[in-house]
Design a protein around this ligand. Structure first.
Ligand code: UD1
Length: 347
């Protein structure tokens, strides 16, 4: 049985990936310090997968704890590294904390990999590295633009650190550049759990429709797009999770043609903010979300969607789930959360 470490495995994408790994017979160890999630996520994973993965509450940016943890797991076949801070605004306020956490943990894992070069390494990257791309859909060879935030910079620098480490130490790694992950597991046992006021569109929509937040502010109605609102490529989190397993298996089977490969993970289809709201209204039955236009949000790009041909041709992976399905699953998750939904009193 192959053993895979999922860092940040109690987070949104990490928990869905843990479920997919368990379903395929992997042994899963989760390292998560609960910095942006709750321990109950483990119950949700167990409910879906029928088994409870091992979970260690460890801060991977803490050098001595990280080393002790890794020494106790000397037999890993792969690492999928999700653990990172991800709030764009917060990263502008606390850049040093972001660099120390996101890059510190990455360096410690890569350092361990020097002695375990057979272990496959998958890194969570982001379409944010492209900034406002000049050509759409966005291919992997599109230029990386100066980052808009320290968070975005940690993804760019993270990829560079991996590229150098792979070259120097004979490692094997894949970076996956996510477009906009949304939705939840269709069982409603796991989903997104933003603490505080959601900054991302879909959790704000579902919390607003559930009466936990005020009306949605649609940031900008004067973009040069088909309805004036910004366009993103929204991908169902289960599709995204499954791509990690395919990428991991490519490395484990020794099929990678380059020691460090990069893939876009998106659907290839862009949707405007208003189209997302319409999809929610279709998917959520009686529920509806109130919204109003607001000024553009600083740092937002106009439009971004993926050219998915590389993932399709090389990995043999394509997103299968629709926007409506993602919205229905996100809403089912919100309803399941019910009164347990994070509510810090801010509306
Ligand atoms: C954001 C981050 C990105 C990060 C990703 C992780 C910014 C600028 N970008 O992507 O770096 O990798 O999250 O999940 O924060 N919107 C509204 N009202 C809202 C919230 C969002 O209109 O209350 C709009 C946004 O303006 C945007 C779209 O919805 O056009 C998607 O926003 P969001 O879900 O925050 O994702 P990104 O900004 O694309």
């Amino acid at each position: 049985m192959k053993k895979v470490l999922v860092t940040g495995g109690l987070g949104f994408i990490g928990s869905h990936t843990a479920v997919e790994l368990l379903a395929r017979g992997y042994r899963v160890v989760i390292a998560d310090n609960l910095s942006n999630t709750r321990p109950e996520v483990l119950d949700g994973i167990e409910r879906i997968a029928g088994q409870r993965p091992e979970w260690v509450n460890v801060d991977l940016a803490d050098q001595s704890r990280c080393r002790t943890f890794l020494a106790a797991h000397d037999d890993l076949d792969g690492i999928i590294h999700f653990a990172a801070s991800k709030a764009v605004g917060e990263s502008v306020e606390k850049p040093i904390a972001y660099y120390a956490n996101n890059l510190g943990s990455l360096c410690l894992l890569l350092d361990w990999l020097r002695e375990h070069s057979e272990c496959a390494f998958i890194f969570s990257s982001s379409c944010t590295v492209y900034g406002q791309a000049e050509t759409l859909p966005i291919r992997e060879d599109a230029p990386v633009k100066p980052a808009e935030s320290p968070y975005g910079n940690t993804k760019q620098i993270g990829e560079e650190i991996i590229r150098d480490a792979v070259r120097a130490h004979g490692l094997r790694a894949i970076a996956l550049r996510y477009f906009n992950p949304i939705g939840a597991h269709p069982s409603a046992a796991i989903g997104e759990l933003p603490l505080g006021v959601p900054q991302n569109l879909v959790p704000f929509i579902t919390q607003s429709a559930a009466g936990l937040r005020g009306p949605l502010k649609v940031f900008g109605n004067d973009y040069p797009t088909r309805d004036g609102t910004a366009i993103r490529d929204y991908i169902h989190v289960v599709d995204l999770a499954q791509a990690h397993i395919v990428a991991m298996e490519r490395l484990l089977a020794g099929e990678a043609t380059e020691p460090f490969e990069v893939f876009n993970l998106g659907t290839g289809k862009g949707s405007t903010v208003l189209e997302v709201i319409q999809a929610f209204d279709r998917a959520a039955g009686d529920a509806t979300v109130e919204w109003q236009f607001a000024p553009r949000r600083a740092g937002d790009v106009i439009e971004a969607w993926a050219d998915t041909s590389r993932a399709a041709e090389v990995l043999g992976w394509r997103a299968e789930r629709s926007l409506d399905e993602a919205m229905a699953d996100a809403w089912r998750w919100q309803v399941a959360l019910g009164a347990a939904a994070p509510d810090d009193g801010t509306r």
